[in-house]
Design a protein around this ligand. Structure first.
Ligand code: HGA
Length: 610
């Protein structure tokens, strides 16, 4: 959330900043701004409420020209989305700051700074940073030292970029908890919230660690650790292509990403086997020895990744026979735990920068979880760097705020983990090979289920005037139903709930009437008969039923039910396949509702604040 870009060069940096902001817009889109120092070292700033297009239009009218600058796209935490709250925030035309994160002690700092005569023009927590840096500059500190001293008084998580008219040849950055990368160019250097922002300029990056500050000039980059000592951080070459984030022929990124799932799953499986046997090394060099000791699994994640974890719990206990708990990270991190010996602590996050998940990982290490593994889509992310083992999903950049291909590749990766642990716990070679064979068929089955789209478009038409929807599933299809409900609410703003179908009569049945569509996930498994009874209960009360079932599910007898047949699929892999029609349904309902599909209101991707 919130995207930061900064650049220093021998050319004007505004196009670099603007392109970077466009690539970061998925992180926040309520307002945006840019500040540069012109050739006389005067600080110039333009900010606009709304999307980056608004800022771009303003800059076309009145260009900002400067060889050093910072820019920001905002997802408000403190203060409404407005031009006055948009970043960069400035102090006395001398310091400009962009910030991702939350300054937890901003109220106390604001009081102190006001007492010193500083005037505030916004409601943000960020503005204290600009004024506090100015306090230290006034005391005669150079810019780097002023930023370091400021970081010393700030509490909370932040990543910042700073420029000052008093130090026009330096861009200073700092990272404490929120993501920040440094891009290395030829006689120009950059900062950004992630590498995507800069791949049009460079493929070479340094990753700042928590507590680091950096000084960028046109000649190079110096990095200092939390103690203020000069440090070297390794240079990484990214393989992300500059055009990997183009939308192509699709109307929305979300639609493109739904259709990319077969290939994303194929890439996630690629090279992870020898013949039909899973390679432990896919998880890291020390994985085999660690997996030998695993007696329990604790999964922690947020949102869609949490739903992936819930599916994995069924797999882990049913297939691997290993106890598995799943918890949302924001709950896990703030309660006491009884740590079972031999527990593998697994985190799941698309971005690898999810603030609560990262904090839960740190907490887990402190309280005695010895082995950690991340399932993640971004190899350079904090989560991967801070985990002992990692299995990368290879979904490619996911830009749509509502996660799709990240989820199905997470499930694929989690199933590999289940096999790896299960092998040590009695899964037979035959079972392993059978699951691996099914995994190989998965991409073509995904292609097949995507062909249901025209029929789902017709179903979606019935949802345009709906206010609520109920999703039902049983067993490992309950989390699939949860994910379907989450997709619908995220992008169509229809209130949607998911229930395990057996829970209907314990309350939600009271909601059923002819205005309440009920969407059921009904593969032909041992729970189908039970689910059928639950669906009868809905029908008997006038509820409108939309059922996704497989070709052999005996549901013909249920007159009046809207039924879509999914090709027969192996029980274990069914959660991956059944997720896809639910994604398509949410997408097409959102189109009918005319919402902003890729950037739904109030949300943003890569949730880097608590
Ligand atoms: N707290 C700052 C920055 C918000 C942020 O990082 N969101 O992800 C603000 O409200 O402007």
């Amino acid at each position: 959330m919130c995207g930061i870009v900064g650049a220093i060069a021998h050319r004007t940096v505004t196009p670099v900043l603007l392109e970077g902001l466009k690539r970061l817009e998925y992180r926040g889109y309520d307002s945006a701004g840019i500040a540069v120092l012109d050739q006389d070292h005067t600080l110039l700033r333009t900010r606009r409420i709304g999307k980056i297009l608004e800022l771009e239009a303003a800059l076309q009218q009145a260009p900002l020209v400067g060889r050093i600058g910072i820019a920001h796209t905002r997802w408000a935490t403190h203060g409404v989305p407005s031009e006055r709250n948009a970043h960069p925030h400035v102090c006395r035309e001398r310091v400009a700051v962009v910030h991702n994160g939350i300054v937890e002690n901003y109220e106390a700092l604001r009081g102190e700074l006001q007492a010193k005569g500083y005037e505030f023009t916004s409601e943000t927590d960020t503005e204290v940073i600009a004024h506090q840096i100015d306090v230290f500059l006034e005391q005669g500190l150079p810019l780097l030292k002023a930023v370091q001293a400021t970081c010393g008084v700030l509490r909370g998580a932040f990543a910042i970029g700073v420029i000052s008219s008093a130090h026009p040849r330096e861009l200073v950055a700092a990272r404490q908890g929120s993501p920040l990368v440094v891009g290395l160019g030829d006689s120009e250097n950059y900062i950004a919230s992630d590498v995507f922002a800069l791949v049009a300029e460079t493929q070479r990056f340094l990753f700042l660690e928590d507590g680091d500050t950096a000084v960028l000039t046109t000649d190079g980059v110096e990095i200092y650790d939390a103690a203020g000592a000069a440090v070297e951080r390794p240079v990484h070459e990214t393989r992300i292509a500059a055009d990997a984030v183009e939308r192509g022929e699709y109307r929305h990124y979300m639609q493109k990403e739904i259709h990319e799932q077969a290939i994303a799953v194929e890439k996630t499986l690629d090279g992870r086997y020898q013949g039909e046997r899973l390679l432990d090394e896919a998880f890291g060099d020390t994985a085999a020895a660690i997996f030998d000791q695993v007696r329990n699994v604790q999964i922690v994640a947020c949102g869609t990744s949490y739903h992936a974890g819930m599916v994995a719990r069924y797999w882990m206990e049913e297939i691997a026979g290993v106890p598995c708990q799943v918890e949302v990270a924001s709950e896990f991190r703030y309660r006491r735990h009884v740590v079972q010996p031999g527990t593998l602590f697994v985190t799941i996050s698309q971005s690898g920068e999810t603030a609560d998940t990262l904090a839960a990982l740190k907490q887990a290490r402190l309280i005695g979880y010895t082995h950690t593994l991340a399932i993640c889509n971004v190899p350079e992310s904090s989560l991967v760097r801070e985990s002992e083992l990692a299995l990368m999903t290879r979904a490619g950049p996911e830009i749509g705020v509502a996660s799709t291909k990240a989820f199905t590749t997470q499930l694929t990766a989690l199933l590999l983990l289940v096999i790896a642990i299960g092998k040590r716990n009695g899964i037979s070679k035959e079972r392993e090979v059978a699951i691996v064979r099914e995994l190989h068929r998965l991409p073509s089955q995904i292609e097949q289920v995507l062909r249901l789209e025209p029929e789902i478009v017709k179903w979606a038409e019935n949802f345009g005037d709906k206010k609520d929807a109920l999703y039902l599933g049983r067993g490992m299809h309950y989390p699939v139903a949860m994910e379907g409900a989450l997709k619908l609410k995220e992008i169509s703003y229809i209130h949607a709930e998911a229930y395990p179908a057996g829970e209907l009569k314990h309350g939600p049945l009271a909601l059923i009437d002819d205005q309440m569509p009920v969407i059921a996930v009904a593969p032909n498994n041992e729970l189908l008969e039970k689910l059928k009874s639950n669906l009868q209960e809905v029908q008997a009360r006038g509820g409108e039923l939309y059922v996704f079932a497989d070709v052999n599910a005996p549901l013909e007898s249920m007159a009046g039910v809207k039924l879509l047949r999914v090709a027969e699929v192996n029980d274990v892999l069914a959660p991956i396949i059944y997720t896809i029609p639910l994604q398509l349904l949410a997408y097409h309902v959102a189109l009918i509702k005319g919402t902003d599909v890729d950037q739904p209101r109030n949300l943003a991707k890569s949730v880097t604040v608590e």
